[in-house]
Design a binder for this molecule. Sequence first.
Ligand code: CP3
Length: 342
Amino acid sequence: MTEKPILRVLAGNDVWPPPVWLMRQAGRYLPEYRAIKDSSGGFIARCMSPDLATEITLQPIRRFGMDAAILFSDILILPWALGQDVRFTDGVGPVLVPIRNAAALDALEPSRVAEATAPVLETIGRLRRALPPACTLIGFCGAPFTVACYMVEGGGSRDFPETRGMAYGEPALFDRLIDMLTRTTTDYLSAQIWAGAEVVMLFDTWAGMLSPSQFLRYVVAPAAAIVSELNARHPGVPVIGFPRLAGLYAGLYAERTGVDCVALDTGTDPARAAASVPDSVALQGNLDPIALIAGGAAMRQEISSIVGALRGRPHIFNLGHGILPQTRPEHVAELVEFLRSC
Ligand code: CP3
């Protein structure tokens, strides 16, 4: 039986107090990250440097003693590795040359992914050797629909009209994109597990934007295919799914995809999610990142209500979405300390 609290929760055990890590725990809110950022070229270069990515991943572990480390990388590394032009510009976010037709889709090269992502796998190996014994290493990918959103739109958007327009107007083309992403995501997550990732997480940031039928087709079906293939190749390696803004479907998502844990977004009531998700499936979440910015009594109240609602179930404490850059590191320390005193 493993001693790592996160793996015990993901095996279906209830651990008290719940272990904790935070989405985007490595990043701009930390002065030690900003110091590296100012002297290290671009974001993709940081992700592709085993020295820098290892150091950045370890920063929040050293400072706060989190129960898990999440690989420092990005969901848009996969499109970049497929050969799409992807850039990160400060203050703008990601900018991609959009994929809007069959010729652009055919120009992508799934056969490049293994070689292009080799430095990420090197980082994972180094992290496994460097992490404290109780700390679990989490690898990740974007889920196919969310990655397709950025690939087709060419960047962030409020409602991704080009992407969702393609799904309705050219379903055969959109299906081809989703199928290609489902395969390449499976292989990339599998490579991360071979390299040493102990858990993998699928980030479906825009899952909640879809109609019910498209949710089944573009969120649930790809996640189910990825989970079943990973389970076949790597029995016992847990998968966390994050169908953001789709809390209403937490039970359906858990049952039909076979994930070991559903990550809940800020707006989902944990007690309702607990009632709809099978008891053997862990829940992760879901403090409002703004409550973490506020800190103090308001934050502690929210933490108490989340852990109270999920007490007795397998639960990993986390945010409902990523840490925001204006967060004070002292508030993260306060969160961890308060949780561990529960
Ligand atoms: O600590 C961690 O959580 C690990 C690293 C991680 C990053 N991105 C680092 C990052 C993870 C897991 C992600 C996931 C990710 N990336 C998602 C899914 C989760 C979510 O937040 O919804 C999405 C949609 C992206 C795409 C992305 N990457 C955007 C939209 C942006 C720009 C917005 C921003 O915050 O600047 C990024 C950049 C990015 N990814 C940064 C970091 C630390 C900031 C860039 C920098 O520091 O130079």
